[in-house]
Design a binder for this molecule. Structure first.
Ligand code: CMX
Length: 135
């Protein structure tokens, strides 16, 4: 697969509203989009930091994977997303062939008109890994 960059870092938060002042007023970053991703049961807020984006993730339902993560004491960086130039489906096939545990068998819609897929942290050295491409 051809990865060109880190697209974004996902940060799990209980409330976007509560943490935005830190990112905007202290770090001086600007939130340019807030979007709900129904499929993933999260509300997202995006800030740009150079080429890389920060995605704040707030669960919209108790059975959201992010709610579960926070409930278990997880904080801060939740996942890292890589932009795949030659297609997420292609990258998934390659990961599968190399014995990596796939969470998604096929790309699904994410925020910012991206197609996304996750690889399980148990086979990615502990970091929940997202692969993404523009839809
Ligand atoms: N990063 C690293 N490890 C994680 C993790 C994370 N974000 N979330 C869970 N884990 C670990 C757990 O600590 C656990 O480890 P141990 O067995 O050593 O305790 C292991 O993974 C399995 O955890 P689990 O609680 O049994 O599994 P969950 O039901 O919590 O599911 C996961 C974990 C990764 C499969 C699930 O969160 C998932 O499917 N994630 C992909 C989708 C997603 O995260 N969507 C939200 C973002 C959407 C967006 O960006 O738009």
């Amino acid at each position: 697969m051809k990865i060109s960059r880190i697209d974004h870092l996902g940060i799990a938060v209980k409330s976007i509203e509560e943490v935005l002042p830190f990112y905007e007023n202290v770090l001086g970053l600007k939130c340019y989009a807030i979007e709900e991703v129904a499929d993933q049961k999260v509300k997202t807020a995006f800030l740009k930091c150079g080429e890389v984006k920060i995605e704040l993730l707030e669960p919209t339902s108790e059975d959201s994977t992010v709610a579960k993560y926070l409930e278990k004491g997880g904080r801060g960086v939740h996942h890292m997303a890589f932009y795949v130039e030659d297609g997420v489906a292609n990258a998934l096939a390659e990961c599968d062939e190399k014995g990596i545990r796939l969470i998604d068998q096929a790309p699904r819609p994410g925020a910012e008109q991206m197609m996304i897929s996750f690889l399980h942290p148990k086979s990615t050295v502990g970091v929940l890994t997202e692969l993404c491409e523009k839809a």
